[in-house]
Design a protein around this ligand. Structure first.
Ligand code: NAI
Length: 332
């Protein structure tokens, strides 16, 4: 049987982790034959909650979980890990400006980048979920120079899943009938959910472009985009808490596809931009990618119309601004 791999989940006492730990431990992400040693990191005030989570992991009686290392020590958490879900981050408190939140969080990701550099395996795959996810991922990679930049990514899969689901519901088909919905740019309200290349197998069994199947440009260009962009806020308004089950599902989808490959399917991931599609280079920009052999490749050659161009540029500009603020906060 395969040697166990060490998998880190940070923010392990929080609400996303509460769902994610089970998904990872059930074998959905790394495979049912891949034993894992779970590393769980949170901050000292959460020690007791973390103990409770560990009790429940034991009580789940999970065949692939060989050991649980629950800790508040960063070095111990990052030691010899092959994969990391960086979920833990400081939540926005009342009266806090976006800028204050960004600077508090990028400092966490600077420290965790340094820990990756010193303690993790050099082929570690890092998925940043904690917000601002794209910029946190960039900072993490900047402070882990011994690890290739392509090993860092930011989560926009929840946005992709939300978009795909909106289209499936609108067309009255199962989610698996919809493919190639793209999320471009930042995981923020400037993200661009793009259906121009998406296809659907209709209820009648025909394969169609989503634009033709829906046949309602006003809905696609306006309602669809804003519903996806504002879905996080809608969940908070309804549930009184931010998306957690769906965020965990998206994180496990993202890592599974990266680890096990996509068989040609397109998925969206925030990755280190090489300037493809005229986007700013050296920011963590969400692109359509395919994955094989634990590597992602940006899907090339898609036509970008004027409507899309403007949206790709505006989310790119936001990422450049965030990068400037984040680097300044790290160097202060
Ligand atoms: P939560 O507040 O329930 O849990 C966060 C946990 O992280 C807490 O237990 C906290 O103590 C811990 N934490 C804080 N600082 C830490 C540090 N330095 N090291 C380790 N752990 C630390 O929050 P929730 O709902 O689990 O969300 C986590 C993050 O994910 C938030 O930043 C949220 O904005 C983000 N998020 C991102 C999404 C995406 O699509 N990229 C979707 C949904 C949430």
């Amino acid at each position: 049987q395969a040697e166990p791999i060490r998998v880190l989940i940070t923010g392990a006492a929080g609400q996303i982790a509460y769902s994610l730990i089970y998904m990872v431990s059930s074998g959905e992400v790394f495979g049912k034959d891949q034993p894992i040693i779970l590393h769980l990191l949170d901050i000292p005030p959460m020690t007791k909650v973390l103990e409770g989570v560990c009790m429940e992991i034991n009580d789940c009686a999970l065949p692939i979980v060989r050991e649980v290392v629950a800790t508040t020590n960063v070095a111990e958490a990052f030691k010899d890990i092959s994969a990391a879900f960086l979920v833990g981050a400081m939540p926005r408190k009342q009266g806090m400006e976006r800028k204050d939140l960004l600077s508090a969080n990028v400092r966490i990701f600077k420290e965790q980048g340094q820990a990756l550099d010193q303690h993790a395996k050099k082929d570690v795959k890092v998925l940043v979920v904690g917000n601002p996810a794209n910029t946190n991922a960039l900072i993490c990679s900047k402070y882990a120079p011994s690890i290739p930049k392509e090993n860092f990514s930011a989560m926009t899969r929840l946005d992709q899943n939300r978009g795909q689901s909106q289209i499936a519901v609108r067309c009255g088909v199962p989610i698996t009938n919809v493919k190639n919905v793209i999320i471009w740019g930042n995981h923020s309200s400037t993200q661009y959910p793009d259906i121009n290349h998406a296809e659907v197998i209709t209820a009648g069994g025909d394969k169609k472009k989503v634009r033709d199947a829906v046949n309602d440009d006003a809905w696609l260009n306006d309602t669809f985009i804003s519903t996806v962009q504002k879905r996080g806020a809608a969940v908070i308004a309804a549930r009184g808490l931010s998306s957690a089950m769906s965020a965990a599902k998206a994180a496990s989808d993202h890592m599974r596809d990266w680890w096990q490959g996509t068989d040609g399917r397109w998925v969206s991931m925030g990755v280190f931009s090489d300037g493809s599609y005229g986007t700013p280079a050296e920011v963590m920009y969400s692109f359509p990618v395919t994955c094989a052999n634990k590597k992602w490749t940006i899907v090339q050659g898609l036509a970008i119309d004027d409507f899309s161009r403007q949206k790709l540029d505006s989310t790119g500009n936001e990422l450049m601004e965030e990068r400037g603020e984040a680097i300044a906060a790290c160097e202060a």
